[in-house]
Design a protein around this ligand. Structure first.
Ligand SMILES: NC(=O)c1ccc[n+]([C@@H]2O[C@H](COP(=O)([O-])OP(=O)(O)OC[C@H]3O[C@@H](n4cnc5c(N)ncnc54)[C@H](O)[C@@H]3O)[C@@H](O)[C@H]2O)c1
Length: 347
């Protein structure tokens, strides 16, 4: 049975979090502190983790989605493993509950489209957790290039192997953030993809050099890997009149402008906010529900970036093995998977 959509307008919005591992525990922390929101409960089949998060934040710790839905929640944040996004989202939507689904929207485009279709038919808010859009440095870059004629975008997102290896490689785990940023910055779609991938150490791709062309004619490049000993996240955007450089970790954004025929130019640091990206993302989700307005990151945005990421992976059989590359049958030992210490820290 499909239940009527709830708006929570004018009253406290009851929100639950489904899956309280690394990402979901942060969703729960932020929601527990958000004015006008009541954290109605957290769900995780890992009882110890659910109990830890529930007692830390003072909300019920539940082990099934049904138990949460029986508490008459208005909305949920879904931060369970990606392969569960579709069944969990559909179960929530069928009960008239608005959903924020962590990125990537689902494991396949078809699954993502099922979620979009269900939310649209039920008249419910569906937002995807592309949290990087809410990074103040990204927002300063977006503002700096808003009325500019963008020529190229180069994004670097590199670092060491994550402490817990999931079953996806760098394209789905990391590059999907930047594919979304490229589409968002250019307000266009990616129409050409040239991927170079390699699994130098892990079973799945751990290096990716991805080149794109958008429908608007922008050339874009993503350099991502798990082989760099330190984390780096940078965005460079060339426009006809400016060159904008952003460091997403230090949140320093600089623009070069006023290019002169003699090669000289001016530089200035742009003002960058301090907001926690996840807080801004969840605030936008709650606002979209209350205002009954489209969320800033739609289901269609989530499917578009997943589709391009999958297209990059489909091209991997053409990729030449990197020097020193070991065939998949004899991989180098990969870092032992391990679960992160339960913690509810600022993301
Ligand atoms: N936006 C980002 O920057 C970002 C960063 C990390 C992860 N993510 C996404 O968040 C999601 C979770 O990733 P994570 O790193 O937090 O993983 P995680 O393994 O730390 O947490 C997932 C949690 O879901 C729980 N779970 C498993 N089955 C469940 C079920 N049926 N119902 C409810 N909970 C269930 C697990 O027990 C675990 O505690 C993934 O989709 C991932 O892609 C997004």
């Amino acid at each position: 049975m499909l239940h009527a959509a709830k708006s929570g307008a004018g009253s406290e919005l009851c929100v639950g979090v489904i899956g309280v591992g690394v990402m979901g525990s942060n969703h729960a922390r932020v929601l527990a502190e958000m004015p006008g929101v009541r954290l109605a409960g957290v769900v995780d089949p890992d009882r110890k983790q659910a109990h830890f998060v529930g007692t830390t934040l003072g909300c019920p710790a539940l082990s099934t989605v049904e138990e949460l839905l029986d508490r008459d929640v208005d909305a949920v944040s879904i931060a369970a493993p990606t392969h569960l996004h579709r069944p969990i989202a559909l179960a929530c939507i069928a009960r008239g509950v608005h959903v924020l689904v962590e990125k990537p929207i689902a494991s396949s485009v078809a699954e993502g489209e099922d979620i979009i279709h269900a939310a649209r038919s039920a008249g419910l808010t569906l937002m995807i957790g592309h949290v990087e859009r809410f990074n103040p440095a990204v927002q300063a870059i977006a503002e700096a290039i808003r009325n500019e004629d963008i020529l190229s975008i180069a994004i670097t997102r590199v670092g060491p192997f994550p402490p817990r290896m999931s079953n996806v490689g760098v394209v789905i785990d990391l590059a999907v953030h930047d594919i979304d940023l490229i589409c968002w910055f250019t307000r266009s779609q990616i129409v050409e993809v040239q991927p170079q991938l390699s699994n130098a150490v892990a079973e799945r791709e751990d290096i990716a050099l991805l080149q794109f062309r958008t429908a608007s004619g922008v050339l874009a490049h993503i350099n991502t890997n798990w082989l760099t000993p330190f984390k780096a996240r940078t965005v460079h955007v060339a426009t006809k009149r400016k060159y904008v450089i952003g460091d997403l970790l230090t949140r320093q954004v600089t623009e070069c402008y006023g290019f002169q025929p003699d090669g000289s130019y001016s530089m200035r640091h742009l003002s960058v906010g301090h907001a926690e990206p996840l807080r801004a993302e969840l605030t936008a989700f709650v606002k979209a529900i209350r205002d009954r307005s489209p969320p800033p990151v739609t289901g269609e945005d989530g499917v578009a970036s997943l589709a391009i990421a999958i297209q990059c992976l489909d091209g991997r059989s053409d990729a030449a093995p990197a020097p020193g590359h070991k065939p998949a049958s004899s991989p180098k030992p990969r870092p032992a998977p391990r679960r992160a210490q339960p913690a509810i820290a600022k993301s």
